[in-house]
Design a protein around this ligand. Structure first.
Ligand SMILES: NC(=O)c1ccc[n+]([C@@H]2O[C@H](COP(=O)([O-])OP(=O)(O)OC[C@H]3O[C@@H](n4cnc5c(N)ncnc54)[C@H](O)[C@@H]3O)[C@@H](O)[C@H]2O)c1
Length: 441
């Protein structure tokens, strides 16, 4: 059998000038990310949690001793060259939001205050039908949804012109919208655009941001579980416009643990009867998830991973009847400091039961911020490398990764995702993938 041939390495265009980042949703995650980059630039903090900034990448055989940092190996944008903008339905600037979100210490916020204060959001495209728990006074008006999306495109052009940018990446850090399934209006680009003209209720604000960004040639990522990029219309539009996209829903806390522990059970052929996950959290994200329809969007995103990793159809003796439950409880005293409990009922040799408990005292936005940074830098690199459509290699960052192949589910196992991510980086950088076989060890 012949070894599969690798596609020729891409020519990576140079990243001219600064890189713009636009965030629909200037909340806890967005401001923690922006403040973090500002603090790192001033040497007040380290980019903990960011692969692009801290992780090394082995190149060639182990004996070659080549393991540069990812940021030394790939031509990524420099943190000094990032510029920020956002949209929100509240007119508060990033300083006010950072103070209210109570994620970062006040002394750090005070140090960064003048720079944070300068970031004021553009008016949002917002609908209460999609996020019921919030009310906004900083919202665009238009005669139909096409006009609203065109106004978002104008904002992107305004930001580019204001900051002298040739490249912008857009990443959704807005609230979780209510649960929606794809319908006829999402079937094709023409159906989607006709539905925008008619202000069809199936077209959400999140979809309008994605449409506007892709039309402006901006790579787009979705940090929340809302339906948007994975619709056939928006995926096709991204391919037509030569734009890379990635989603959805940052993999930060409990799902990260799940996609690390479930592979452990599977590689040792240990069985599972149940997995009960519960959380308390008290930030605004938690408040939005009080609406059962927004919670359903989140729940669907969290539930799928066990099935795709454990493959009950292939291993019925081990995984056919798993009781998988996920609960999120809004509990204001905790703010952004989420606490999660996992109870895992597993079984071993001859079916003897065992239990595993995980208690994670996490910090939501602290876990999410480095993912925003990596995604922005890698999507910009993908665009300069000529990649378009759904980027499977970025699955590592998401709870519900989008596959580029219809009918083929994306990979959920964190270890496989990580290997795929690194191999794709090697390919972009002109190096051979690592198979971890004797040939390349
Ligand atoms: N932090 C994590 O660990 C994590 C993990 C996975 C996903 N997420 C998702 O990331 C998103 C952001 O989380 P957060 O903690 O920053 O929430 P947040 O409530 O602090 O911020 C969300 C912001 O989005 C704004 N918004 C809502 N709809 C908008 C619209 N149509 N246009 C513009 N702005 C809009 C809200 O006004 C709010 O300021 C949420 O959807 C959350 O579910 C977070």
């Amino acid at each position: 059998m012949m070894a599969p041939t690798l596609k020729p390495h891409p020519k990576v265009a140079a990243g001219e000038g600064p890189l713009g980042i636009m965030l629909p949703g200037l909340g806890a995650v967005a401001t923690t990310f922006i403040a973090g980059v500002m603090a790192i630039r001033r040497n007040l903090a380290k980019p903990i949690g960011s692969l692009t900034q801290l992780q090394t990448i082995r190149l060639g055989a182990r004996s070659e001793n080549r393991s540069p940092r990812i940021r030394e190996f790939l031509p990524l944008a420099d943190l000094e060259d990032l510029r920020f903008a956002a949209w929100d339905l509240h007119g508060e600037n990033a300083l006010q939001v950072a103070r209210r979100s109570r994620v970062l210490e006040s002394s750090m916020i005070d140090t960064l205050a003048p720079a944070l204060e300068r970031i004021t959001p553009y008016k949002a495209v917002f609908s209460n039908e999609y996020v019921r728990m919030l009310k906004g006074d900083h919202v665009k008006q238009g005669t139909n949804k096409r006009e609203l999306a065109e106004a978002l495109r104008a904002d992107i052009r305004d930001f580019k012109q204001r900051e002298g940018l040739s490249r912008v990446v857009v990443l959704w850090t807005g609230s979780t919208e209510v649960f929606r399934k794809p319908s006829e209006v999402h079937r094709s680009v023409s159906a989607f655009e006709a539905a925008m003209d008619k202000s069809d209720p199936e077209i959400s604000p999140a979809m309008l941001y994605a449409w506007a960004a892709i039309k402006e040639g901006c790579p787009y990522a979705n940090g929340a579980p809302n339906l948007a990029l994975e619709t056939p219309a928006l995926t096709q539009l991204a391919i037509d416009e030569g734009v890379p996209i990635a989603g959805k829903d940052f993999k930060t806390g409990q799902t990260l643990i799940k996609t690390v522990l479930a592979p452990m059970l599977k590689i040792r052929m240990l069985g599972l009867t149940g997995w009960f996950s519960t959380n308390i959290l008290g930030n605004r994200d938690g408040e939005v998830l009080l609406d059962p329809d927004s919670f359903k969007t989140k729940e669907e995103s969290k539930l799928d991973v066990l099935k795709t990793i454990l493959q009950p159809d292939m291993y019925p003796d081990l995984y056919k009847d798993i009781h998988h439950m996920v609960r999120i409880n809004y509990y204001p005293p905790r703010g952004d400091a989420k606490e999660g409990w996992d109870n895992i009922d597993l079984f071993g040799w001859m079916g003897y039961p065992m239990q595993l408990k995980v208690n994670f005292l996490a910090r939501d936005s602290i876990l999410a911020a480095p993912l925003v940074l990596d995604l922005v830098l890698l999507l910009d690199l993908a665009r300069r490398s000529g990649l378009s459509g759904a980027q499977d290699w970025l699955s590592f960052y998401f709870k519900t990764p989008q596959s580029s192949q219809t009918g083929v589910p994306a990979e959920d196992d964190a270890f496989i995702q990580h290997r795929a991510l690194k191999n794709m980086m090697r390919w972009i950088g002109g190096e051979k993938p690592l198979t971890h076989m004797d040939f390349d060890s």
